[in-house]
Design a binder for this molecule. Structure first.
Ligand code: NDP
Length: 325
């Protein structure tokens, strides 16, 4: 019988565990649809929900959780909830967290991530989330390549961890190898996770090796390459799905989960959410063949302007597995 992805838990560097399959909550269309997506996922056995202040869906995640708690479907302590502080809130992560907790209707989150290692110019409420000058260029509070305010933001997360009960673990997201190397010598608490775009088309092996060597687990966002699910069109993924009699989505999740990384799929299709919970036992050779797809032709699908979109120098090297230090 095929193992269930929903039953796999991974251990973080602080001894806590994280369910390997997490539901993503970026809105596909109407943000309120996320409520049913979360309810469907939890009833199907998911115990990990990935959200963020920036997504505008925490309200609907919160409504779903309240309903599930009220109906006794699941208890708070059985779930792993992640939220994130956006770069325009870099100066006040605890305020961002308080807003997220109030919106989610929770006393704590299991994981609080720094969403991106840059500092955008937001006001005391982190607004606007994308501050722009009259020419439409993003306004930063320091240089996105050489600035170090992103380290100050991480220090604020450490203080929340040390001085409050609002978070169980802290981590980072969208850190390149270069940014991680800048951060680690300055931290008291090593991030438990670096959440990055990750799938067979984007191996970033140098970043992954460095993170894992330092005890930082990788969490894979956009596991099927985001909108249009381009990763699922890879012939090898389709062959493996046929071989193991599972869906292509399950192969995409297994690529991570079998290698100790959480996978965070998103879907507006409730049937899909329910049915992508099996974990095919891909062999080492099959995992290595999937990895080779990206080595030969690395492709990144999330090219946000504050990150990879501008081609900032600090991303160089990661995509093509080349360390530029
Ligand atoms: P995914 O890689 O999970 O892709 C989701 C898209 O793929 C949806 O449009 C979905 O359509 C489509 N899809 C999935 N399966 C199929 C299929 N079998 N056939 C056709 N289409 C399919 O996307 P995300 O980029 O949203 O990443 C997942 C989560 O990761 C996010 O929701 C978020 O929680 C997190 N994330 C974090 C980021 C960060 O900066 N930290 C950045 C981006 C994402 P359908 O709705 O029809 O199923």
């Amino acid at each position: 019988m095929t193992q269930l992805a929903t039953s796999v838990k991974l251990t973080l560097n602080n001894g806590k565990t994280i369910p390997a399959l997490g539901l993503g909550t970026v809105p596909s269309d109407d943000p309120s649809d996320v409520k049913d997506q979360v309810i469907t996922a939890i009833k199907a056995g998911y115990r990990h929900i990935d959200t963020a202040w920036y997504y505008g869906t925490e309200k609907y995640v919160g409504e779903a959780l309240k309903e599930l708690f009220d109906e006794g479907v699941v208890k708070r302590e059985d779930l792993f909830i992640t939220t994130k502080v956006w770069p325009s809130f870099w100066h006040s992560p605890e305020k961002s967290l308080d807003i997220s907790l109030a919106t989610l209707g929770l006393d704590y989150v299991d994981l609080f991530l720094q969403h991106w290692p840059v500092a955008l110019h937001g006001d005391e409420n982190g607004l606007p989330a994308q501050p722009r000058d009259k020419d439409g260029n993003l306004i930063y509070d320091d240089d996105p390549v050489s600035g170090t305010k992103f380290i100050d933001a991480y220090h604020s997360l450490e203080q929340i961890l040390d001085n409050t009960t609002k978070v169980k673990s802290i981590g980072v997201s969208n850190y390149s190898l270069h940014k991680l190397k800048q951060l680690l010598p300055k931290v008291k608490h090593i991030p438990v996770i670096n959440q990055i775009e990750y799938h067979p088309q984007l191996p970033q092996q140098d970043l992954v090796d460095y993170a894992e060597k330092n005890g930082i687990q990788i969490s894979a966002y956009s596991p099927v390459g985001s909108n249009g699910a381009p990763v699922l069109k890879l012939p090898l993924i389709q062959e493996l799905a046929t071989k193991y009699d599972v869906t292509v989505n399950e192969v995409a999740n297994a690529y991570h989960i079998l290698q100790g990384r959480s996978s965070l799929p998103r879907s507006s299709n409730l049937e899909r959410i329910k049915t992508i919970v099996r974990l095919p036992s891909l062999t080492k050779e099959e995992l290595a063949s999937l990895y080779q797809v990206g080595v030969e032709n690395p492709t990144r699908y999330i090219n946000d302007e504050w990150g990879y979109g501008l081609g900032f120098k600090w991303w160089e090297g990661d995509t093509l597995s080349k360390d530029f230090d």
